[in-house]
Design a protein around this ligand. Structure first.
Ligand SMILES: Cc1cc2nc3c(=O)[nH]c(=O)nc-3n(C[C@H](O)[C@H](O)[C@H](O)COP(=O)(O)O)c2cc1C
Length: 345
């Protein structure tokens, strides 16, 4: 097991002119890391949170979902992720979000979803680095804020070109790159290849952020050691644990274990998140969006309390099938009390 680093070995991560409070970042996750989730992650100490990806076309058409995704959260830098395949449109979208106050623009060149790659955006750009470079240049030339690129290792195992894309991005003026240690062909299968991220790091001078399969402070220390990366980005492990990037950052800096908060604090977070999701998305959409967070939140609380599976299943059934916010608010309190009762017994 890799030793967890001390603060002296976790220097400030600077992206362009932005000095991040820690080098553990929350990954953008469409449908999950909306403004309410990002707000909690920042409050717990995530070094940076990034909006869900926003298609430049949606943004330029003023679609409601695009507007929601650009919402700024207080307490940290405002990073907006854009995706697109038309240089003029992507640059125009970047100008709009920078003009509206974004501190950083991230370009998505790693999304494997067919509806994105089919449009020659996202990870499809890893098959066409000339076009990826055109997009990057168009955006960097248009905005003054730092521009970053999030990529995969390549399209497939025969096309591992993240080092080349990172070099071209650096030459074009990109301020940092994030590398998910899988190819597009892998989607989410297998394990992220942290050593391969190191080959990107060796090729550029800008900060490299390592991503993929980091769930604990030990993982974070290991990926930093193996890849030599400057920071680490956490995605799926933070589902239901918006505090995780901040907690891992704290453990790397101080050694305080990145444990989940107390049940009382988890309850407060989950209730607050539920209310915030309804306010952000509107009640009809919000109750649907909130359901997955309730499921994850109950699972994390149940694990904290070591609650019996039948008790957890009964509460899941009750809370995930009601659309009444008052029932959810009261039911969460009862569920957590039932979990805690088992813990105390
Ligand atoms: C549900 C879901 C949605 C995602 N949405 C985005 C996105 O909008 N933009 C992006 O760059 N990556 C997106 N990703 C990829 C993550 O940012 C991250 O690169 C990937 O999950 C690997 O990191 P992890 O192993 O820590 O989860 C998404 C991943 C998931 C699971």
């Amino acid at each position: 097991m890799v030793a967890v680093a001390s603060s002296s070995s976790t220097p400030t991560l600077r992206i362009g002119g932005l000095a991040l409070p820690s080098n553990v970042l929350l990954a953008p996750m469409a449908g999950i890391t909306d403004a309410p989730v990002r707000r909690i992650a920042l409050a717990y100490g995530a070094g940076l949170v990034v909006s869900e990806m926003i298609a430049s076309g949606w943004l330029m058409r003023g679609e409601v979902e695009a507007m929601l995704r650009t919402e700024r959260v207080e307490g940290g830098f405002h990073a907006v992720q854009l995706t697109g395949c038309d240089p003029a449109q992507l640059a125009a979208a970047a100008e709009v979000v920078a003009g509206a106050g974004a501190d950083l623009i991230d370009l998505n060149m790693g999304c494997p979803a067919r509806k994105v790659t089919g449009g020659e955006a996202g990870a499809a750009l890893m098959r066409n680095l000339d076009h990826a470079e055109r997009l990057i240049v168009a955006v960097v030339e248009r905005v003054k804020v730092p521009v970053t690129v999030k990529m995969r290792l390549g399209w497939d195992e025969t096309c591992i070109n993240a080092p080349e894309l990172a070099r071209r991005a650096e030459a074009a003026g990109v301020a940092a790159v994030t590398v998910h240690g899988r190819t597009r062909r892998q989607f989410y299968s297998g394990r992220a290849d942290w050593a391969a991220i190191g080959r990107v790091k060796q090729d550029v001078s800008i900060p490299v952020i390592a991503n993929g399969d980091v769930a604990t402070a030990q993982d974070a220390a290991a990926v930093l050691a193996v890849s030599g990366a400057d920071g680490v980005m956490i995605g799926r492990a933070a589902q239901g644990r918006p505090w995780l990037p901040g907690r891992i950052a704290r453990q790397l800096a101080t050694g305080i274990p990145a444990d989940d908060p107390s049940l009382t604090d988890q309850l407060e977070v989950l209730r607050g998140l539920y209310q915030a999701l309804l306010a952000h998305h509107g009640r009809a959409v919000g109750v649907r969006v909130a359901r997955k967070h309730l499921g994850w939140g109950l699972a994390v609380a149940a694990a904290t309390a070591d609650a019996p599976t039948d008790v957890v299943a009964a509460w899941r059934q009750r809370l995930l099938t009601t659309d009444d916010p008052d029932h959810v608010h009261a039911g969460l309190g009862d569920a957590f009390a039932a979990f805690a009762w088992k813990e105390a017994a």
